[in-house]
Design a protein around this ligand. Structure first.
Ligand SMILES: Nc1ncnc2c1ncn2[C@@H]1O[C@H](COP(=O)(O)OP(=O)(O)OP(=O)(O)O)[C@@H](O)[C@H]1O
Length: 302
């Protein structure tokens, strides 16, 4: 279980994270979405005790990271690449980490197989591809068999096969009752993977809910072709819709398909095509992060 409550971090006049509150619960994969510089890494670093909050609390299994008795057994993290020494083999890296964190060394071989590095276990990490380094980082995070997994942009550097593998691994972790928090700057990249979504922009949370509610919240767009496009454009606008065109068809938002059909019928314009576009995830995401923050903080930045 991850709980972030009123978490704030200021760097001089920059409020990197501003009163952020959300939770990630066991049995579900939570996506932490935001554009570059929105405050994701700073939030995750505060969760992991690497950055001290200006105010607020970040709890893992009900305690701040620094108060966890066996941190590696409670939380595993993939924060950045290059954590391994380039001259070490993958196996040596995991052995060193097991010694440092008190993890069971018997887990190393099964873990190497689980992340698909068994054949590369004796290779120098310096010769690993970006995707292989990500796999080693995931294995390192899993060493202590933690219930909570925190991954900062783990899909970077993974090819489609690697992303499918990561999806299955994280879903399995959640199915077994684990908590997963995974960050990305691409919603589409996480769409097949996450149950809940937290969207952050300029350091503040803009949206936190199950992913399916995000789909439901998007007003879908209609694509309409009819005999008299100019007249249709006018009657749709008069009904309060926003109308645009791609050169072939009208693109109408703010009306249901039923309303649009009725309006065209009343205007006596035959319709040749009426289709509902599925909401585009990336458009929904960009719409949310580019909207102004819901509440403006007037107090001076400390
Ligand atoms: N140590 C620091 N000193 C000063 N400013 C910082 C520091 N760390 C982060 N920031 C600023 O805080 C803001 C949030 O940065 P952060 O790295 O948390 O964003 P992010 O969402 O993880 O972005 P990215 O996807 O690019 O990693 C940015 O404006 C960044 O410049």
């Amino acid at each position: 279980m991850i709980e972030v409550i009123g978490l704030t971090k200021s760097y001089g006049r920059v409020r990197a994270v501003d009163d952020v509150t959300f939770s990630a619960v066991p049995g579900r994969v939570t996506g932490f979405l935001g554009l570059n510089g929105s405050g994701k890494t700073t939030t995750l670093r505060m969760l992991l005790g690497l950055t001290r909050p200006t105010s607020g609390v970040a709890l893992i299994n009900k305690a701040p990271y620094r108060e966890l008795r066996h941190p590696a057994r409670q939380v595993g993290a993939v924060l950045e690449q290059g954590i391994s020494h380039p001259g070490q083999s993958g196996r040596t890296h995991l052995t060193t980490q097991a010694l440092l964190t008190g993890a069971d060394r018997a887990r190393i071989d099964p873990l190497l197989a689980q992340v698909g590095l068994d054949d590369a276990a004796e290779q120098r990490c310096g010769d690993y591809s970006l995707g292989m380094r990500q796999r080693l980082a995931v294995a390192t995070a899993l060493l202590g068999d933690p219930s909570v997994l925190i991954l900062d942009e783990p899909a970077n550097g993974l090819d489609p096969e690697g992303i499918a593998w990561l999806r299955e691994l994280l879903r399995e972790h959640a199915r077994n009752g684990g908590t997963v928090l995974i960050s990305s700057h691409l919603l589409a990249e996480l769409a097949q993977l996450i149950d809940d979504v937290v969207i952050i922009a300029d350091g503040t949370v803009r949206y936190a809910a199950p992913l399916e509610e995000l789909y439901g919240s998007a007003s879908s767009r209609l694509r309409i072709r009819g005999r008299d496009p100019q007249l249709l454009w006018r009657v749709f606008e008069e009904a309060g819709a926003q109308v645009d065109t791609d050169g072939h068809a009208l693109e109408v938002t703010g009306l249901t398909a039923e309303d649009a059909g009725d309006i065209a019928f009343d205007a006596q314009v035959p319709i040749y095509e009426l289709a509902t576009d599925a909401p585009n995830l990336e458009q929904i995401f960009l719409g949310l992060v580019s909207a102004p923050a819901p509440a403006v903080t007037e107090e001076p930045v400390r």
